[in-house]
Design a protein. Sequence first.
Length: 475
Amino acid sequence: MKTNTIFNNILKTFFLVFILALSSCTDDDGSLSGPQTTVMSDQFDETLSFTGSNEENVSFQISVNAPNGINSITADIVLNGMFESNIYSHTNSDKNLKEFTSEDISFEILEEYIEEDLTVVVISEDLAGKIDSLELFVTALGKYETGLFIVNEGAFGNGNASLSYFDKVTSTVTNDFFYKQTNKSLGDQAQSMTIFNHKGYVIVQNSNKVEILNINNGKSIGQLTSKEGLYSPRYFLGINASKGYVSDWGADGSTGTIKVIDLTTNTVTKTISTGSGTNQLVLVGNHVFAANSGGWSNDNSVVVIDADTDEIIETITVGDNPSTLVVDEDNDVWTTGAGQTVYNADWSLNTEESTPAFLAKIDHEDFEVALKIDAPSVGMGPAGLKVDSNGSTLVFKYDGAIFSTDTETVSSTDDFTKIIETDFIYGLSIDASENHIILGIAPDYTNPGSIKRYDITGSFIDEHTVGIGPNGIAY
């Protein structure tokens, strides 16, 4: 068994090596019989290694495609090359069945497994006893990669930000998740969370930090702080296995930058000056689009950065204070901006200098604004833009409710369709794994809020209590 000590010598690394081996006899016709298609399953990353402790569970699915028809599937634990236990068996009664995907299969990492050489062996046999056309796949997810993390912003200045975890299998919520895993407070004003390469990057803006979690076990494995030049971080974007970007508003709340992060050392290697209040980020090919929301001032641009050189190659004027970004099925980029609200000395609205919020589409190839739709009046949205799992339906907050529109046909606000109307909407997200809309409901900033789940058409599914000020999800 290979072991190494990581994460400050706390967690051990347990390898479930992934190998596809065809070990069987050969018939006279040259095909393989007595199939021993063996997959020694992985967990969590490209190197197919599992990181955790004896408190963790391995969870995976088996998918089989056999044109001759599936006969049987088994999954066994093998310890030091010897059979230990069977964890899954399936025999088909339908002899015409040629494709099959198992339910979630899981087993606990026992104490005796940690120091030993352990593999999961998956064997599938087709009805003809041949494997010349049999395909078998095993996929595995971390303990907390099958559900949703809810980012609870908390009340500004009160230090009561938190994470909740929603288990989609049991439909249960674990609140104060970060505290329960680490025995410490998350901090002040949790802004966002992104899961990348099996790590969770939690942005805590008013605490000037990024908390980094192991999504396998929920433990904290590092931080980025003001010591690294993070003064008002907003969003994380993974570029590749060794590099990420973090947008930052700066100490004054408007000097926007992007911090280039070495993900292997969790250090800032470069600062890119981008504009005022740099906010959400999306990656299209090797181009990063960053929206300059203005922060505590104003801006009207989206910048494009070459992710290879970390240099700005284009600045696109889209409208006042663009904030959110999504990518559609054609890889074009959509943004919503808040516009600019200007008041007179008596606090009446200055209609001449104010600008409305807007929805805009940016061509990802020529960086031109291909479409811009202004709201009919100031202060009604659109905002909080998301896109469905197909990349074809935009979902956003507008005029106090949730609306959607089609990316191919939208040309004006007449094409906006109201799909959800409910009180106290704060956060808006889409769980692309199920194409569900997730609303964060915040009646105030003192009491717990909730999440409401809907299908993509706006039909209500369920509601669950979470922390204060739920503003988004990560999965």
